[in-house]
Design a protein around this ligand. Structure first.
Ligand SMILES: [Mg+2]
Length: 185
């Protein structure tokens, strides 16, 4: 089957590894609530321009660690499934993103950049999608049979979408079977 995958905070520990830098750049306290960080990233487009430029220049996204179990799972899925990476990173980051994926041995068949909340356009035919942005997941849920939502502090609100399944880590994603729900351990 065709599987869609988000990159930031699904394959890469972007928030965990870059939050300190983000807070410093924005003049925020070190312990700023993740929800506030995500809100600024999504809403304060103007402030984000200089942030993204500096991030690109300093190649910060290439420094995030891969999420535990992600590479192993994709290697297992690669011969069986079509792996489509869809990120809302700016196209500016395309080269650094590919470098990072290659450096860590992530297999994939396609890599697309899509503006936030428009990933569904690139996700046609994906039966499964792995995402951490709930608003994005809710749209994807209208186009994909199942959306696995990786649990994060910024996505903990209830959703009416029955085909969004909350998972805590890659062990649960890997154990997911399309005919049932993610295995509970
Ligand atoms: Mg993400």
């Amino acid at each position: 089957m065709k599987i869609g995958l988000d990159i930031d905070n699904v394959l890469a520990h972007t928030f965990r590894d870059l939050a300190g830098y983000f807070n410093k750049h924005m003049g925020l306290p070190g312990e700023t609530d993740p929800n506030e960080v995500v809100r600024i990233m999504r809403e304060d487009k103007l402030k984000m321009v200089s942030y993204w430029f500096t991030t690109w220049r300093k190649r910060l996204l290439t420094q995030a660690a891969p999420v535990e179990g992600a590479v192993e799972t994709l290697l297992e899925w690669q011969p069986l499934h079509q792996l489509v990476l869809i990120t809302s990173r700016l196209p500016l980051f395309n080269r650094q993103t590919k470098e990072w994926l290659n450096k860590h041995g992530f297999p994939y068949h396609e890599l697309h950049h899509a503006r936030e909340l428009t990933k569904f356009k690139k996700a046609r035919g994906c039966e499964l999608f792995v995402e951490d942005n709930l608003a994005e997941a809710e749209i994807l849920a209208d186009h994909c049979r199942t959306v696995l939502l990786v649990d994060q502090p910024w996505n903990r609100r209830p959703t009416a979408k029955k085909n969004i399944v909350r998972v805590k880590d890659w062990a649960e994603i890997r154990a997911y079977r399309p005919d049932g729900s993610a295995s509970k351990r």
